[in-house]
Design a protein around this ligand. Structure first.
Ligand code: G6P
Length: 369
């Protein structure tokens, strides 16, 4: 097993550091040389086919569900098709409204999660077109779906998913841009800009992962708290959900993610002196709003760790610490901001002496109901 860990103490740490390569593999051959379009040879869709979708469902569990939330943002933002995201175990029992103009995308690292597989079968039974986004070739979900886009992340062993998530985000972005290309909903210059920035993401992931010392220090300083909150708006909120799940899964700290604007409708009552709050503030359109939410938690003496893009000169004024990630488009920045959150969960679990790769009560793939 030591050999399989390639010199890392845990599979999770190895897989975190494999992300530049995993994401590069996911992207390989999928961006046109001149950055003008996404190439997804496995789909061979036409404009007519894409325009026939009145709605897209994205269905998944756990981390894959969080990737689905980001996927909704991408498909709606780029391709302007309405998307509904659901948890597989909810979707399969709720009589969803589906017909043959619906595309159902199931997202599953393993391709074996029983609820996701059952949801896929239910969508098919109701007449939906179906697609799987999965990491495992020949898995049950890959075989069941009409179409498959593989994430090519390589084997993921640690229960807490890391490189599967980032590669799922890449596939969701590619899908959004691919659909947008066929529908003509994104201007050529914007498409080139986005795909050019997407090309830089693997190198920017490497750059982000070099900066671990401050995160180790936060883990040691705040790792014994009973509660941690994560805040953000728009895509930052979806990343906050994933950061919170990572921390819960492996460090057993009670962690909650909140849409920052929703704080004052309940969670603010729980914010007291010394509570760590991880606040993401990368989304320009809601930046000022996020800052004012951060001020609200600061006013209750929370300890705020901000996450911002390099070049941000404001956030440090309202937070105790700031973790910076490289600058990119705000649509792509979840691929970078999730990294310090993965590392924070990892080093916090280490600080607390938890079994990082095999957390209690959890399984890598849930094949029973
Ligand atoms: C389990 C794992 C999670 C994973 C979820 C969905 O709960 O512990 O890490 O996100 O299943 O798995 P899937 O293989 O369908 O992506």
């Amino acid at each position: 097993e030591a050999a399989e860990k390639g010199g890392y103490e845990h599979f999770m740490l190895k897989e975190i550091h494999e992300q530049p390569k995993a994401v590069r593999d996911t992207l390989s051959g999928r961006i046109a040389k001149d950055d003008s379009a996404v190439i997804l040879d496995e789909l061979k869709w036409t404009a007519e086919y894409v325009n026939s979708f009145s709605k897209v469902f994205i269905i998944a569990c756990g981390t894959a569900y969080h990737a689905g939330l980001v996927g909704k943002y991408y498909i709606e933002n780029l391709a302007r098709v309405p998307v509904e995201v659901d948890i597989a175990s909810e979707f399969r029992y709720r009589k969803p409204i589906i017909d043959d103009n619906t595309l159902t995308i199931v997202v599953s690292q393993s391709g074996e999660t029983i609820d996701t597989l059952a949801a896929l079968k239910e969508a098919k039974r109701l007449g939906s077109k179906t697609m799987a986004v999965t990491n495992v070739v020949g898995s049950s979900i890959a075989r069941e779906a009409d179409q498959v886009v593989y994430t090519w992340a390589g084997p993921e062993i640690a229960v807490a998913s890391t490189k599967a998530y980032t590669t799922q985000l890449i596939v969701m972005f590619l899908l959004g841009a691919y659909m947008a290309g066929l529908r003509g909903t994104v201007e050529d210059s914007r498409m080139r800009e986005l795909l050019g920035k997407l090309r830089n993401i693997p190198a920017q992931i490497s750059e982000t992962l070099e900066d671990v010392d401050p995160i180790k220090a936060f883990a040691q300083q705040y790792g014994y708290n009973d509660d941690v909150f994560f805040l953000g708006r728009a895509l930052d909120y979806h990343v906050a959900l994933e950061g919170s799940l990572k921390l819960k899964e492996i460090s057993y700290i009670h962690a909650e993610a909140y849409a920052a604007g929703e704080l004052k409708h309940g969670t603010l009552a729980l914010i007291t002196r010394g509570i760590p709050v991880v606040a993401l503030a990368t989304q320009r359109s809601v930046y000022e709003k996020t800052l004012s939410n951060i001020k609200e938690v600061k006013a209750r003496d929370a300890v705020v760790i901000g996450v911002a893009a390099k070049g941000d000169t404001e956030l440090h004024k309202y937070t105790d610490h700031v973790i910076f990630v490289p600058e990119t488009d705000e649509l792509l920045i979840p691929l970078l901001t999730v990294l310090p959150l993965q590392l924070l969960a990892y080093y916090t679990a280490l600080t607390r002496g938890c079994d990082v790769d095999k957390p209690r009560n959890l399984a890598k793939s849930v094949t029973v109901e």
